[in-house]
Design a protein around this ligand. Structure first.
Ligand code: 3UK
Length: 549
């Protein structure tokens, strides 16, 4: 065992999560080669990310900023997190290892709940704000959640779920008129001694936004959170303590948790937590808060570029001069979007592929290594390769299954699907990739989204990339639909920009355009116009829904 995986006895009294880790032979291989990954056997990530700044006399630094004008310093966030930890332990009987469901849009109070839970040795179960009672019920049952801290505005669906979930004993609301949590917290004395968790005690369970089947709960140790801090952020993002982070992904999504909470706090920077961050709200928020580092999805960059162009044409260009780094993840970044954002703002996007299973980004390129159409290079700390169907590494240029290993890796909570994600020690992400002549990893499609038409393998995202280069196309999704003659037919769903007319003529124009841009056999033989495309709360196109429609 490498030093950083050296075990300390668990601090969890409730060993539910530990008892449901995959057996050791089903785990991926872990790599702790970087010197900074030699982590101590006892580790509570709240001490490292939050308390450290107060301990070293920097508690006055600005930390979390909310939409209501709140701006908490590190000391203030710590004070609130300490009091919430006390409420959980002293009032609600939390014991280390209990699962605590957090529910609400991104906000300073959510950040305090996250740290309060972690400090108390609880296991955070984040939930997407839009989830309904039935979906919440599935997560609560699966993780045997005992406590919930919930934004008062989202109380109803949780109450409906609670009625069906015997494990859930305590629900406290924050916000609203009653301010239950705030009132209890305010009555507590200051300070809290963090539970001295083992580095491999579970800190959070992140559920995948699974498009099919029951969501999978991915377990992450305190050590996983800190390992992520030492890989992508210092080697690729390279943010500074005076940076102001902002973005759209919810804290329940590890893209958001890392990008908007863990990574800024790890360097003493500040973070703007927006409740709503659709492109039309994110853009003015960047301007208002003088944000410098932005995390969002490819479609959001595309929409913001459109909005900037429109505003400039109308003579009221937004002032985005503060912005210096833009991160894209969640979906492949089309070359056209990278180009458009660069033309519009002068900023080269930092693309990165990450997954809920690996916590955060493992292949990425900084501004200097950015290559249109490619995701990038393995992040220091990680190794990546492309495997053939026989499980052997493929030579450069050949399309196969992306395989990754590093300090973090897939650990599903009691789930037979562990054997599909982890094979031969590698994490198999489900993505088809190739490595080009520069060693850059080039995304093709989700493995099960490859379209096999007339004997050809066609990657939907490549066809989308070509369509997006056409000036009339706002958004598009390309999938395979069943076809008698060709097995599958390439079909494009297209949303046009305002001022363009859908119809036969436009369909033919787009088809010809694709034929001139990429190999002609890849062109969409069917084109359907839409006013919007189905997307998940994390910004991903729901291809399965397009295929069914
Ligand atoms: C796809 C990408 C191409 C890919 C995530 C950054 O998206 C995240 O996690 P999920 O579990 O989905 C993982 C899957 O999404 N994907 C993500 N980023 C890219 N495909 N280029 C990209 N840049 O199919 C991957 O397997 O929802 C992303 C950080 C943390 C995350 N959880």
């Amino acid at each position: 065992m490498p030093a950083s995986a050296a075990a300390a006895p668990t601090a969890h009294v409730d060993t539910f999560a530990r008892d449901r880790l995959p057996p050791s032979e089903a785990l991926p291989e872990f790599l702790f080669e970087l010197p900074e990954l030699q982590l101590p056997p006892r580790l509570n990530c709240a001490s490292e990310l939050l308390d450290r700044w107060v301990r070293t006399g920097q508690g006055d630094r600005p930390c979390v900023i909310g939409v209501d004008g709140t701006c908490w310093s590190y000391a203030e966030l710590q004070a609130q997190a300490d009091r919430i930890a006390r409420v959980l332990v002293e009032d609600l009987g939390l014991v280390p290892g209990n699962r605590v469901l957090l529910r609400g849009p991104n906000s300073p109070q959510m950040a305090a709940c996250w740290f309060g839970t972690i400090k108390a040795g609880g296991i955070v179960v984040g939930t997407m704000p839009l989830l309904r009672a039935r979906e919440l019920q599935a997560l609560i049952d699966k993780a045997q959640v005992s406590h919930a801290l919930c934004d008062a505005r989202l109380a109803d669906e949780l109450a409906a779920a609670k009625a069906l979930c015997p494990s859930l004993r305590h629900v406290l609301h924050f916000g609203g008129a009653a301010k239950e949590l705030e009132t209890r917290a305010a009555a507590k004395p200051a300070g809290f001694d963090n539970v001295a968790t083992a580095a491999d005690d579970v800190a959070l369970i992140a559920f995948t936004s699974g498009t099919t089947g029951v969501p999978k709960g991915t377990l992450h140790f305190h050590r996983d959170v800190m390992a992520s801090v030492h890989c992508w952020p210092p080697h690729v993002l390279r943010a500074r303590p005076d940076d102001v982070f902002i973005g759209s992904p919810p804290l329940a999504f590890t893209f958001g948790l890392g990008g908007l909470l863990v990574f800024p706090l790890a360097i003493g920077a500040s973070t703007v937590l927006l409740e709503k961050a659709s492109p039309e709200l994110l853009l003015p928020a960047i301007e208002r808060h003088r944000a410098t580092v932005c995390f969002t999805a490819p479609t959001s960059y595309r929409a913001m570029a459109g909005a900037i162009a429109a505003a400039r044409a109308a003579g009221n260009a937004p002032d985005l001069s503060s912005l210096r780094k833009c991160v894209s993840a969640g979906e492949a970044l089309p070359a056209a979007t990278r180009l458009l954002w660069h033309e519009t703002t002068g900023i080269e996007i930092i693309d990165g592929i990450g997954s809920t299973e690996l916590f955060h980004i493992f292949i990425s390129a900084d501004e200097q290594h950015a290559k249109p159409g490619a995701t990038g290079l393995p992040v220091p700390g990680y190794r990546a390769t492309v495997l053939g169907d026989d499980g052997r590494e493929l030579p450069r240029g050949q399309v196969g299954r992306l395989a990754v290993k590093g300090p973090t890796g897939c650990k599903y909570l009691d789930d037979p699907r562990q054997a599909a994600y982890v094979q031969g020690g590698w994490n198999i992400t489900g993505d088809a990739y190739l490595v080009d002549d520069d060693g850059q990893f080039v995304y093709q499609a989700r493995t099960d989204d490859m379209i096999i038409s007339g004997g050809y393998n066609i990657a939907g995202p490549e066809v989308e990339g070509a369509l997006l280069l056409h000036p009339a196309v706002a958004e598009c999704g390309v999938v395979g639909v069943p076809d008698e003659a060709r097995g599958m037919l390439v079909k494009a769903f297209v949303v046009l920009k305002p001022g363009h007319e859908a119809g036969e003529t436009m369909a033919r124009e787009l088809q010809d355009f694709v034929k001139q841009t990429i190999a002609p056999y890849k062109y969409p033989r069917a084109v359907e116009f839409r006013t919007s495309l189905p997307r998940t709360e994390t910004g991903k196109l729901q291809r399965f829904r397009l295929r069914l429609e």
